[in-house]
Design a binder for this molecule. Structure first.
Ligand SMILES: [Zn+2]
Length: 272
């Protein structure tokens, strides 16, 4: 895909899951931009399954399409103005349904309702990061998710940014121990440049997608509401990737310590 098109299409149009269930409310999509109009139509017509956390089962589940756009051809839909709805049902229990409501205006498209909300299924999943983040940062993380789900762009983004910056700072503290590290270059670098300098201590995902994080370099007054809504999910995934890696490393270390202890015990017994 040419780079230009990648920039043009909204990141929430990447998959049915992102569009139908993770896109925040009131995030406006311009139908004249790139292939967005066609992409939205195709996503509304999606009739396959979606893997997502079910709040009633309390775990990841497969959801089947119950309602989707299936009676209108693209050229008609493109001209129309009005409401659309999608309904997804958990394959474990037919009573577990997720609803999304949309409005297509003249030249724009917006999600205007969702039940359960994005926060309802994202917050239970954030619970696994509670210990690693600590109580204060965990609260900020869930507050950010909640605000974003209700279409608050800048407010939600600022919470994520604080957490992200803390995690980057932790990696920076580690890398600083290396005498060859240029602190001067680091301090004057933008966020995407900082990520390159810290790459040994950061997940590959983050290093590969560093362009997304250039928005984190912007001052609060330069941030735009729509831009923040657009990039929230990607930054949230970046944060989760760092946390997943940290948790994994700790678990590995604990396992190794336990194994060492067990071996020492055996050795002691054998020695007796
Ligand atoms: Zn379920």
């Amino acid at each position: 895909m040419p780079e230009e098109q990648e920039i043009q299409n909204d990141p929430y149009l990447n998959s049915p899951r992102e569009f139908i269930l993770e896109m925040p409310l009131y995030h406006e999509l311009d139908l004249s931009v790139g292939s967005q109009c066609r992409k939205i139509y195709d996503l509304l017509c999606y009739s396959g399954t979606i893997d997502i956390y079910c709040i009633k089962c309390g775990k990841e589940s497969v959801f089947d399409t119950v309602e989707y756009l299936n009676r209108t051809i693209f050229s008609e839909w493109k001209k129309s103005i009005g409401f659309d709805r999608t309904v997804y049902r958990c394959t474990r229990n037919s009573g577990h349904e997720y609803y999304s409501y949309y409005y297509k205006g003249d030249g724009f498209f917006v999600k205007m309702g969702q039940f359960p909300s994005v926060a309802d299924f994202q917050i239970p999943q954030a619970e696994k990061y509670r210990k690693e983040l600590g109580e204060d940062q965990y609260k900020e993380f869930t507050r950010g998710i909640g605000l974003n789900a209700h279409g608050v762009g800048i407010g939600s983004f600022v919470y994520l940014r604080r957490i992200f910056e803390n995690l980057i700072e932790e990696a920076h503290t580690e890398v600083k121990k290396d005498p060859a590290f240029s602190e001067e270059n680091y301090l004057k670098g933008r966020m995407d440049e900082k990520i390159i300098l810290l790459k040994v201590f950061l997940p590959e995902f983050l290093v590969e997608n560093k362009n997304l994080y250039s928005i984190l370099s912007k001052g609060i007054h330069d941030l735009e509401e729509e831009e923040c809504l657009k990039y929230f999910q990607a930054v949230k995934i970046g944060i989760e990737q760092i946390l997943d890696e940290k948790i994994e490393q700790k678990e590995k270390k604990q396992k190794a310590e336990k194994a060492r202890e067990a071996l020492q015990n055996i050795h002691r017994k054998v020695a007796l």
